[in-house]
Every structure is written in C-alpha cells, then in structure tokens.
Write a protein that binds this ligand. Structure first.
Ligand code: DLZ
Length: 153
C-alpha cells in the first residue's frame, strides 16, 4: 500500500496504464517507475497493458503523457520526474510549468494524470521518497488504477 492512505480492493484488471519517466535524476525516477510497476502488477494490470515511455527531463513529461493518452489509448497515466531545488535555478520554472501542464492535461482529456513529480529541497529527500523507505511510486500506481476505474464508472 502507499504511505499514508489505503488502496484496499483497487482492481486493475483490463485497464491500460501508461508511465512516463524522465531520465534526469534517473537513480530516483527509475526507482519510482519500479514502484509504480510493482503496484500495477499487484492490482492485476497485465504486463501488455502497461506502457512505459521515457522522456529526457521533467519538463517533457507533460507531452509524454499526452502522447500516451492520444496514441496508446491508456486509461490513466503516471508522469514521473524528480526536481531537486539546490540543483537548478530552473527549479521553480520547471516545477510550476509541469504542475500546471499535468493538471491541464487531465482536465482537457478526461484521462487521469497522476502527479509523479518529486519536488525536493535536498538529494536526501529525493532518495528517501524513491530508492529509500518511502517509494512514492507504489501509491502513485494504485492511484492511477483507482482513478482509471472511477472514470470508467
Ligand atoms: C535542465 C534541467 C535541470 C537543470 N534540472 C532538471 C532536474 O532537476 N530534473 C529534471 O527532470 N530535469 C531537469 N532539467 C531538464 C529539463 O527538465 C528539460 O529536459 C530540458 O530543459 C529540455 O527541455
């Protein structure tokens, strides 16, 4: 289960789920991707219904998500990136643009877009929330399935 909330009974049988993963900070984003994959498998999403698309950085996850929604007809998409504050002066710009972009994407398409972007102050926080004790990917995988099921009625 994800940290903090329960996803009891979430069933992904027959659902198609997309994962967009940024290669920037891939030590963390790949661990999150693996957490998402674990959760999807656990709730019955078939391997052939799980589509993974890599993009260069967090800034590109929005268009990557749009691509999976429009071309691969996914029922939900998890968009994964990691932005570490100390690392880039662009932090605020990229973070804000991606946050707005992902919300707009789901409202424009009516396909759930899970916000899989870590915005952290330190490398240690990014580590803890991905490769460390609290891999947020699991919760984001369950969230994708729950929201996809909801939208399908
Ligand atoms: C350029 C850049 C920088 C400085 N930092 C990050 C980061 O911490 N995390 C991340 O995912 N991507 C970063 N990028 C790359 C941008 O997201 C994007 O790939 C490039 O600006 C090209 O559009």
């Amino acid at each position: 289960m994800g940290k903090g909330i329960s996803f009891e009974g979430v069933n992904g049988t027959g659902l198609r789920i997309g994962i967009v993963v940024a290669r920037w900070n891939s030590e963390y984003t790949y661990a999150i991707r693996d957490g998402v994959l674990e959760a999807l498998k656990e709730c019955g999403v078939a391997a052939e219904d799980t589509i993974v698309q890599e993009v260069p950085g967090a800034y590109e996850v929005v268009l990557g998500g749009k691509y999976l929604i429009e071309s691969k007809k996914v029922d939900a998409v998890v968009c994964i990136g990691t932005l570490i504050k100390g690392e880039t002066l662009h932090f605020e710009y990229i973070s804000e643009a991606v946050t707005q972009g992902l919300m707009r994407l789901q409202l424009d398409t009516n396909i759930p877009v899970i916000y899989g972007v870590l915005n952290t102050a330190t490398e240690e926080q990014a580590h803890s929330r991905s490769v460390g004790e609290h891999n947020h990917g699991r919760g984001w995988g369950f969230s994708a399935v729950e929201m996809a099921s909801m939208m399908k009625g």
